[in-house]
Structure formats: C-alpha cells, structure tokens
Design a protein around this ligand. Structure first.
Ligand SMILES: NC(=O)c1ccc[n+]([C@@H]2O[C@H](COP(=O)([O-])OP(=O)(O)OC[C@H]3O[C@@H](n4cnc5c(N)ncnc54)[C@H](O)[C@@H]3O)[C@@H](O)[C@H]2O)c1
Length: 331
C-alpha cells in the first residue's frame, strides 16, 4: 500500500497531538519533522521514530518525497512555511488560525491555486460528530428555516498566559467563524463586537460578536478565557441553532465523564484527541484520516474549505475593528 508521507513543522503541544494521530493511521508515514527548538526536535524524533529532523523548515522543503506538510507553528508564523511548502510541490495542512492577517490569507489561497496544490485549514471541528451532525440536521431541513445561531467557547484562565500571544478572535472564535459560515452557507454582511480586556492584555479575556449574514441569518458568538482552573473543565463550549421547525444544541462540559473526588472535579474532553490502550481517537485523527485518503486518491477535499477559512479571517479582522472602534463594520 502506498502511504502518504507527512511532515510536521512545529512540535509544540498541538504538533505532538498530530504526531500521535498520524502514527495511528496505517496509510500515513511520518517522513520528517521540524522545530527550531533542537531539544524538542530530538525528543519528538526519538519518541515517534522519525529520522529526518530539521531545525530549519527551508531544508525540509527540499525533500521531494513528502506529500503533505502540516504547519503547526505559532499562530502568526504560518505564512512563510505554507507558501514554501506549496511552491515546493507539497499539499499543506495549516493549523487554525490559518493566519492573523487577511492579506496573508488571500496570498495562501492564490499561491495554492497557482501551484495546483491543496491548502487545507485545520478546522477540525467539522470532524467532531456533534458539530457534523448539527450540520446534517440543518442541511436536511430537520430544523426548518434557520433563524439564528449561538456559539460559545470558554477555556481555562491559566491558558491565557500562553495564548494571549494571539488575539482571542484568532485563537478561539475562529473555530466558530468557520462553523457559522459552514452552517449558514452564507457570507457575513456586517459585524458588531465587544471586547473586555480585564488585565490590560492586548488580547481580550472576553469577546462577544454579532454577525449578520447576507442570507438574513444572524449569529452571536462568545469566546472567553474565564473558566476557573479549579472547576476542572477542560472545554466549556456550546452551540445552539434555532429554526422554524426546531432547535439543536449541545454543551460540552456536562456531556461526558464527570469525575469528582477530594482533589476537586474533572470534566474531561474526549472528542478532539484522546488516547486509550495504545489507540488514538477523536476529531483530529478523523481529520487527518480524511486528508490522507484525499491525498492518496487524488480526489475529495470537498468537506473542507479554504475559501471559508479565508472568509473567517475577514470576519475576524472586522470583529477586531468593531471592538476597537465601537462601530458596526460592513464587509
Ligand atoms: N485545532 C485545534 O483545536 C488546535 C488546538 C491547539 C492549537 N492549535 C493551533 O496549533 C498551532 C500551534 O499551537 P501549539 O499550542 O502547539 O503551540 P506551541 O507554542 O505549543 O508550539 C509551537 C511550536 O512551533 C515551534 N516553532 C515556532 N516557530 C517555528 C519555526 N519558524 N520553525 C520551526 N518551529 C517553530 C515552537 O518551537 C513550538 O515548539 C497554533 O496555530 C494553534 O492555534 C490548534
């Protein structure tokens, strides 16, 4: 069986999840890895048995046998490795946010088309069965005519120390922007947003945005870094879609195992990426499985949309501008 040869650039916490998920797929070989932290590079190389290791991704791009490069570096550093990979004949899976700059998003799209290669956004929630089932319900008309959508994304306070390096709209809300565009099947017409900078950080701890879509639908999005760590809730997200024939909703924190003991409580997330008895489960693995099958068969990719991801960055940009100016922003 021919295997898809994958390379991972950026071996932080999420890059390692990619290594775990890739390793679990029989049709994938992890051909090369890259991180500019040499100790981390070799630690990951030893752990996952990868021989070709680079501290400079330009050298990795010279490898002609690699089918797909996964860019999982810092949020603001995705453009250059993405363009180089496309220009050296590789498909690219670029982590969310694909970028934090609208011009860069358009550039990625243009270069991918020019090179005849796929650039795939890391919007893995399309592969989470809960979000995917909701999309099917909307598509099949089971909720009737959709009127409005609500998305909430809440993360533990301690994570803000690391991820305030990027504006909250790009770090958290961008997931929901992709879902909102996917669910409504429409572009956004106008945005009004509100941000709370509780500690004076450039990234807000709490962000609200109202979106009006060209097809008349309406969405409210809320992202925050305010879940108390002691609550033990890894992911505190929710969605609600209301239509003329019904409502669909879920909330993640009470949908799985609740473990309460003398140390406190733990509400663990199982849907995104999870390992048990040497097996890997979750949306990340399903996303990589889908991509590998598309690369190997040369077909598909319809389930993901870089154009939607680019529009997501356009909306994110408008959200930042609206929160800063206190004005409605028209796209
Ligand atoms: N889809 C999801 O649910 C999800 C979850 C977590 C993170 N992410 C995204 O994944 C990306 C990485 O996040 P993370 O949490 O792993 O960050 P991280 O800080 O843990 O890791 C980033 C890694 O990239 C390396 N790096 C940075 N610049 C580099 C360069 N020029 N060359 C080589 N290596 C370089 C760093 O040394 C580090 O090891 C971000 O875009 C983040 O938003 C997505």
């Amino acid at each position: 069986m021919r295997k898809m040869k994958a390379a991972v650039i950026g071996l932080g916490s999420w890059g390692e999840c990619h290594l775990e998920a890739f390793r679990s797929l029989p049709q994938v070989e992890i051909a090369a890895i890259c991180d500019n932290r040499e100790d981390r590079l070799h630690e990951m190389g030893e752990k996952y048995g990868v021989v070709r290791r680079y501290t400079n991704y330009e050298q990795l791009m010279e490898q002609t046998d690699i089918d797909l490069v996964n860019v999982a570096t810092f949020e603001k550093g995705h453009l250059r490795p993405t363009l180089l990979a496309l220009q050296s004949g590789k498909h690219v899976l670029v982590e969310k946010p694909i970028t934090t700059d609208v011009t860069e998003a358009h550039e990625m799209y243009r270069v991918a088309q020019q090179c005849g290669k796929q650039v795939i956004p890391g919007h893995l929630l399309r592969f989470d069965p809960r979000y995917a089932e909701l999309k099917s319900a909307i598509q099949n008309g089971r909720l009737g005519q959709i009127a409005s959508l609500f998305f909430k994304r809440s993360r533990q306070q301690s994570l803000f120390a690391t991820y305030s390096r990027t504006h909250t709209v790009y770090e958290l809300t961008v997931h929901d922007l992709d879902l909102a565009v996917w669910y409504t099947g429409s572009r956004v017409k106008s945005v009004r947003a509100f941000a709370q900078h509780l500690s004076g950080s450039a990234a807000p701890e709490s962000l609200w945005a109202n979106l009006t879509f060209e097809n008349g639908m309406f969405a409210v999005l809320h992202s925050n870094w305010l879940t108390p760590d002691k609550a033990g809730v890894e992911i505190f997200d929710s969605v609600e879609v209301s239509g003329s024939e019904g409502i669909a909703h879920f909330e993640t924190s009470n949908a799985g195992l609740q473990l309460w003991n003398q140390e406190g409580s733990l509400s663990k997330e199982f849907f995104i990426h999870h390992q048990r008895n040497g097996h890997t489960y979750g949306a990340l693995r399903d996303q990589l499985d889908y991509i590998a099958n598309c690369v190997l068969s040369g077909a598909g990719f319809e389930y993901v949309s870089f154009a939607d991801a680019v529009h997501g960055i356009e909306i994110a940009d408008a959200i930042v501008k609206s929160a800063e100016s206190g004005q409605d922003i028209f796209l």
